[in-house]
Design a protein around this ligand. Structure first.
Ligand SMILES: *Cc1c(COP(=O)(O)O)cnc(C)c1O
Length: 388
């Protein structure tokens, strides 16, 4: 099955009692047993729920994996993956990680005696250099936020294979439509389904997929033991979102390309970070491991001031100023004051997060309207231009 068919059919069967074609929301905490220990496979809803089961099977199929597990959020899924490790274990992670992941690693798991090395994974040699005999996991995020850097998943997995190290790829930015990390050698794929999988900015949920039965068993144990499970209504909403994943992603990619090209042609725009440009430093890797280049991009202004960026972001009417990404509606954000505010200025600038850097999650509205909105906002902010 191709992804468009899987998105609609994988994991879902008509409900056996009534024939309901859509998986019902099984809003129940427990299931009646015929006799002691004589149950249908469903005993208690933290452990099993049919709506969640359907979503888990759908996610596994989308990622070409054997097993899927869902959690109350992307962070809860990450938490479960980290609990498969032990004190003393070391993890190598991308240095421009999602902020919540960085916080969970450094503020929670470091307290339990785990060690994290953060490296620039655009150069795989940096990963090799950070490996020790205690390395147990490599945590990859690609494309990265907000610079849209690309990490060569296959090359990283090549380093890990012989060394008994597991590779987990956070595939949130790409979605299964653009990238299949398990096919490139990864052991685990993680999702914040809150973003593209759900696609409508109305649900928080996370998922993990693997084909490794032993890893799956450990994760399923933690899913039940720690209990960070999503409710059935949230599972239903993500399942519903997934049915249009391929159609939405196609439009996100088309609109993303058109907006990247428009911005590049604008005389007040500095750099445009989008992996589809041949000039992008990791374009060749992106072309090899991704099916298209997505709807996430960021750009700076030539007059690199907070004021110009702020005026631009306050001026847009269609691009809403908000955190998050991956919904049908376009969002605009300012990493320097929003997602990356806690990072010192010098550090921030080193990784390219300059004062005027603006991140855009391109939605699936009419692209002419979106470009018109940006054109107007760029004109509005020109009064702050220092470079003319
Ligand atoms: C949003 C996000 C997360 C966290 O997911 P939540 O569902 O918000 O907990 C993790 N990784 C990436 C790349 C994200 O964008």
């Amino acid at each position: 099955m191709k992804i468009g068919t899987k998105a609609i059919h994988a994991g879902v069967e008509p409900e056996p009692v009534t024939g309901a074609i859509m998986t019902p929301i099984f809003q129940t905490s427990t299931y009646v047993q015929k006799g002691p220990g004589e149950h249908t496979g469903y005993e208690y809803a933290r452990t099993q729920n049919p709506t969640r089961d359907a979503l888990q099977a759908s996610l596994a199929a989308l990622e070409n994996g054997k097993f899927g597990l869902c959690f109350g959020s992307g962070m809860a899924a990450t938490d479960a993956v980290m609990k498969t490790l032990l004190p003393g274990d070391e993890v190598i992670a991308s240095n421009d990680l999602y902020g919540g992941t960085y916080r969970l690693f450094t503020k929670v798991f470091e307290r339990y005696g785990m060690k994290f090395h953060f490296v620039d994974m655009q150069d795989v040699e940096n990963v090799r250099a950070a490996m020790t005999d205690k390395t147990r996991m490599i945590w990859v995020e690609t494309p990265t936020n907000p610079m849209l850097n690309i990490v060569d998943i296959e090359a990283v997995c090549g380093l890990a294979k012989g060394a008994g190290v597991k590779v987990c790829v956070d595939n949130t930015f790409a979605s299964p439509y653009l990238q299949s990390p398990l096919d490139l050698g990864a052991d685990l794929v993680l999702h914040s389904a809150t973003k593209y999988l759900g696609g409508h900015s109305d649900t928080v949920l996370g998922g993990v997929v693997t084909s490794d039965a032993a890893l799956h068993e450990q994760l399923a144990f933690h899913q039940n033991a720690s209990g960070a499970v999503p409710g059935p209504q949230d599972c239903f909403l993500i399942l519903r979102g997934i049915k249009t994943l391929h159609v939405r992603m196609q439009r996100h990619c088309e609109n993303g390309r058109a907006i990247a090209e428009y911005l590049k042609s604008h005389d007040r725009v500095g750099e445009v970070h989008w992996p589809g440009f041949e000039s992008h430093p990791n374009h060749d890797v992106a072309k090899r491991q991704m099916r298209d280049f997505g709807g996430m991009l960021s750009f700076s202004l030539k007059d690199d001031t907070m004021e110009a960026a702020a005026e631009l972001m306050k001026s847009t009417k269609l691009f809403a100023l908000a955190e998050s990404l991956g919904g049908v509606e376009s969002l605009i954000g300012h990493p320097a004051t929003m997602t990356h505010a806690s990072i010192p200025l010098a550090e921030r600038k080193k990784t390219g997060v300059v004062d005027s850097l603006i991140r855009v999650s391109v939605g699936i509205e009419d692209v002419g309207d979106l470009i018109g909105d940006l054109k107007m906002a760029l004109a509005n902010s020109a009064k702050y231009a220092t470079v003319r």
